[in-house]
Design a protein around this ligand. Structure first.
Ligand SMILES: Cc1cc2nc3c(=O)[nH]c(=O)nc-3n(C[C@H](O)[C@H](O)[C@H](O)COP(=O)(O)OP(=O)(O)OC[C@H]3O[C@@H](n4cnc5c(N)ncnc54)[C@H](O)[C@@H]3O)c2cc1C
Length: 335
């Protein structure tokens, strides 16, 4: 029975998802003296920056003119380590259920009891959108990549990037710094990316192959370390085959928010609808970061950082309406 759970086993706030949104929200909630758990399905915190683009630089986080994604996550970890926050790694939340006045979180490990929940699951578990035709799966061991784990794997290589969004363009530009040659394939003549990134691309030596789609891939017959990529020009029968050391397919990621459908949470498409105080339709369940939608939402780290404090403050007001709490200066925490 939930009401028999020992009080010290009940969190004020449990944050599902340890990306930038969840990490900063956890820190902020601890700063407000709440009992907090941070639950992350992967073995380490950091979300998309750590998992998808660790070595890419970020230029739009306030007060940090330029920082690599992995260094940003290091700083978030350092900040979090100032506060004692229970972290559950390798722990995936599969359901949240209301029992009495608590939320019961079922995970692949233990059950977690909490008064409030902040959902910060980003795009859910990361599943890259893969090439849709059949190909030899052993290509994925070396020549065909959906992630960049280590940029050095691309050093001095002939690299082909496929995709037309921000991520593909960012990677084409970044890989071009270390690769022997970089090409970018996109099915349109226009990119779905920030103007500044497109300008950077146009100013770079990246070869742009537009408008082409990838029709087929296979091992190169004479050099098995290489990959043959057959391209088809859009609205034409023209086919051509190029050979490269590495193909990075960057068609985005399949969002795994299907899990949310069983949580009785109001969705708009794959996203959670929230109020301006980051409330969902469920009592004391908030959502922040890439998983939310509201008018004007931007899927950025800066936005995710701001949404955490809003959600935490609203949770605090709901849970402890009689408690005095400050809203501005944090220097009162100095010893
Ligand atoms: C290639 C690329 C480049 C980008 N560049 C920039 C940039 O330059 N500047 C910028 O501001 N933004 C950039 N972004 C966007 C930025 O990374 C996201 O806005 C940010 O990561 C959102 O943070 P989040 O915490 O909401 O989600 P995420 O970073 O996606 O983190 C969510 C976490 O939740 C975990 N999780 C999911 N489901 C569960 C579950 N059921 N149980 C437990 N844990 C779960 C996931 O494993 C993940 O670690 C970029 C994104 C990409 C893909």
């Amino acid at each position: 029975m939930v009401t028999k759970i020992m009080n010290d086993k009940i969190y004020d706030i449990s944050i599902i998802g340890g990306g930038p949104a969840g990490m900063f929200a956890a820190y902020f909630a601890r700063l407000r003296n709440l009992k907090v758990s941070l639950i992350e399905s992967l073995p380490k915190l950091g979300g998309q920056p750590e998992t998808l683009y660790a070595q890419k630089h970020i230029y739009d986080v306030a007060a940090l003119p330029k920082i690599s994604a992995t260094d940003l996550v290091k700083q978030l970890n350092a900040q979090l380590s100032l506060m004692n926050c229970d972290q559950y790694l390798n722990t995936s939340v599969s359901s949240i259920v209301r029992k009495d006045d608590l939320w019961v979180l079922t995970t692949n490990k233990e059950t977690i009891y909490t008064k409030a929940v902040i959902i910060a699951i980003g795009n859910g578990s990361f599943q890259p959108r893969k090439l849709t035709f059949d190909y030899d799966p052993t290509l994925e061991k070396q020549q065909l990549n959906y992630f960049v784990n280590n940029i050095e794997d691309f050093a001095d290589k002939d690299v082909v990037v496929a995709g037309g969004g921000d991520s593909a363009i960012d990677w084409a530009i970044d890989l071009n710094q270390v690769a022997k040659k970089t090409s970018l394939i996109h099915r349109r003549n226009r990119y779905r990316a920030m103007e500044s990134s497109v300008k950077k691309l146009n100013d770079s030596t990246v070869q742009q192959l537009n408008p082409y789609i990838i029709k087929n891939i296979g091992f190169n017959q004479t050099d098995h370390d290489k990959i043959d990529i057959t391209l088809k020009m859009i609205k034409s029968d023209e086919l051509k085959t190029i050979t490269a050391d590495k193909l990075l397919v960057n068609y985005g990621f399949v969002s795994d928010s299907k899990i949310l459908r069983d949580w009785n949470i109001d969705l708009q498409g794959p996203f959670i609808k929230v109020t301006q105080e980051m409330e969902t339709n469920l009592p004391n369940v908030f959502a922040i970061g890439d998983i939310v939608t509201y008018p004007g939402k931007l899927q950025l780290i800066a936005t995710a950082f701001a949404e955490g404090p809003i959600a935490v403050t609203k949770a605090l007001r709901n849970l402890y309406p009689d408690k005095d709490f400050f809203e501005h200066s944090t220097s009162i925490f100095e010893k």
